[in-house]
Design a binder for this molecule. Structure first.
Ligand SMILES: *[C@@H]1O[C@H](CO)[C@@H](O)[C@H](O)[C@H]1NC(C)=O
Ligand SMILES: *[C@@H]1O[C@H](CO)[C@@H](O)[C@H](O)[C@H]1NC(C)=O
Ligand SMILES: *[C@@H]1O[C@H](CO)[C@@H](O)[C@H](O)[C@H]1NC(C)=O
Ligand SMILES: *[C@@H]1O[C@H](CO)[C@@H](O)[C@H](O)[C@H]1NC(C)=O
Ligand SMILES: *[C@@H]1O[C@H](CO)[C@@H](O)[C@H](O)[C@H]1NC(C)=O
Length: 376
């Protein structure tokens, strides 16, 4: 899939992937998940989903993703997390402050998610809004209503267990929405208090060897010794698996580490997702939960999650388009020579001759810095 994406990005238009019809027997990409309860599934999440690095914003350091929410969802991401801030009396998606990174109105982002969900009827999606400014839920709900999403929002019954995906889909209540502070379920029943339902691992990790499985939030359960206490509750485990780098220790400036995501989101190397999920879910004695990742198009987090969820043939998914920053970097290179070599390789493929990954990379120049040379 990657290779065909590379070819497309080279403008050869070689590979045309026919879009398969939407499979209505599947729930979140697989019929085998329909009968599984929401909390027994591992949901892959995009950290700061709305903060997208694009050519237009010069791939701003404040961004944590390379593709927008609808592309994330189509690729299989089922948890979208973002920060909300009140600015000039409007709720905007901003990273720390709106002067650092402003991704627009919450309402507009929700409109995009609503459009995607209406087109994809068998998908259960989770939103997590980080509400440090304690915006009242009634204000947040205005955006859900305006976007048309409110009637898809799931409202748990008191004391009830999580339903199966199939039942949420049949009930047309397939959007689970958490807010990190200020929930008031009497006022807005579907904006759920995150920490009544979830415990989170550390989110300030600077070294890929330093991820742990114990809770840092809610603070009542903070620390390794209290892990058993949080596990005695029904809270779902939430693994923060992104990595920071220090820009300036003195100024307290930190940003997403954007050079190591393929390892973090993959299945080998220090801090890889596969080992992390295995470790935490076995320490917790639970199959389900959430992982939250930067740059979800890097590595192959869906492969890790599918294996964990016993999904063997995922359906209703579209792979991520080529990474826009990589595409731009490639365009800057002199790839005329490379293109000639590429055509030669393409001819070989057409004749059915084997071509290994390393040859594509060599031919095309520095397509991907982290590409494994297929044993060569
Ligand atoms: C769904 O789950 C229930 C309860 O675990 C079980 O009885 C039933 O056989 C399952 N149905 C399918 C189609 O797997
Ligand atoms: C996401 O990006 C794609 C590709 O640029 C675009 O077609 C789509 O409309 C965008 N989605 C939203 C919700 O903006
Ligand atoms: C990693 O964890 C160790 C042990 O807790 C700590 O001493 C060290 O400072 C951490 N490294 C970073 C970069 O945070
Ligand atoms: C990202 O983290 C990796 C692993 O610790 C490190 O080797 C790399 O230098 C970091 N990248 C940046 C830009 O700090
Ligand atoms: C996945 O498969 C493993 C091994 O066959 C099994 O132990 C586990 O219960 C399965 N999990 C689910 C959610 O079906």
């Amino acid at each position: 899939m990657r290779l065909s994406s590379l070819l497309l990005s080279a403008g050869l238009g070689l590979v045309h992937l026919a879009a398969a019809a939407y499979d209505v027997t599947a729930c979140n990409s697989s019929p085998s998940l329909c009968n599984v309860t929401y909390n027994a599934i591992l949901h892959v999440g995009a950290h700061n989903s709305a903060f997208v690095r694009t050519a237009k914003n010069s791939f701003a350091t404040g961004g944590n993703q390379f593709h927008n929410a609808s592309i994330q969802l189509s690729a299989g991401i089922r948890l979208l997390q973002s920060q909300i801030h009140l600015e000039m009396n409007e709720i905007r998606l901003c990273h720390t402050t709106c002067s650092i990174f402003d991704a627009g109105l919450l309402k507009d982002w929700l409109i995009g998610i609503n459009a995607w969900m209406r087109q994809h009827q068998n998908e259960v999606v989770t939103l997590l809004l980080v509400n440090d400014g304690k915006i009242p839920p009634t204000r947040i709900a205005e955006a859900f209503v305006a976007a048309g999403l409110a009637d898809l929002a799931y409202v748990p019954e008191t004391g009830a267990q999580w339903p199966t995906l199939q039942s949420m889909i049949l009930d047309k209540k397939r959007l689970v929405s958490f807010i990190s502070t200020s929930a008031d379920v009497k006022a807005v029943p579907y904006l759920l208090p995150e920490f009544d339902y979830i415990f989170e691992t550390d989110f300030e990790v600077f070294d890929p060897a330093n991820y742990t499985c114990y809770a840092t939030r809610p603070s009542a359960f903070k620390g390794q010794a209290l892990l058993k206490d949080v596990l005695a509750t029904d809270r779902m485990g939430f693994m923060n698996r992104f990595l920071y780098r220090t820009i300036s220790e003195t100024l307290g400036l930190y940003a997403a580490n954007d050079t190591y995501s393929a390892t973090l989101n993959g299945d080998t190397g220090v801090g890889n997702l596969k080992d992390g999920v295995k470790k935490c879910t076995s320490e917790w004695g639970r199959k389900g939960g959430f992982v939250l990742l930067d740059f979800v198009d890097q590595g192959d987090p869906m492969k890790v999650a599918d294996a964990h969820n016993n999904v063997t043939k995922p359906v209703n998914r579209e792979p991520f388009p080529p990474n826009p920053k990589t595409v731009q970097e490639n365009q800057k290179q002199d790839y005329a020579g490379g293109t000639v070599t590429l055509h030669r390789l393409v001819d070989r493929v057409k004749k059915g001759e084997p071509v290994v990954a390393g040859q594509w990379i060599f031919a095309a120049g520095k397509w991907m810095g982290t590409w494994k040379m297929n044993g060569k």
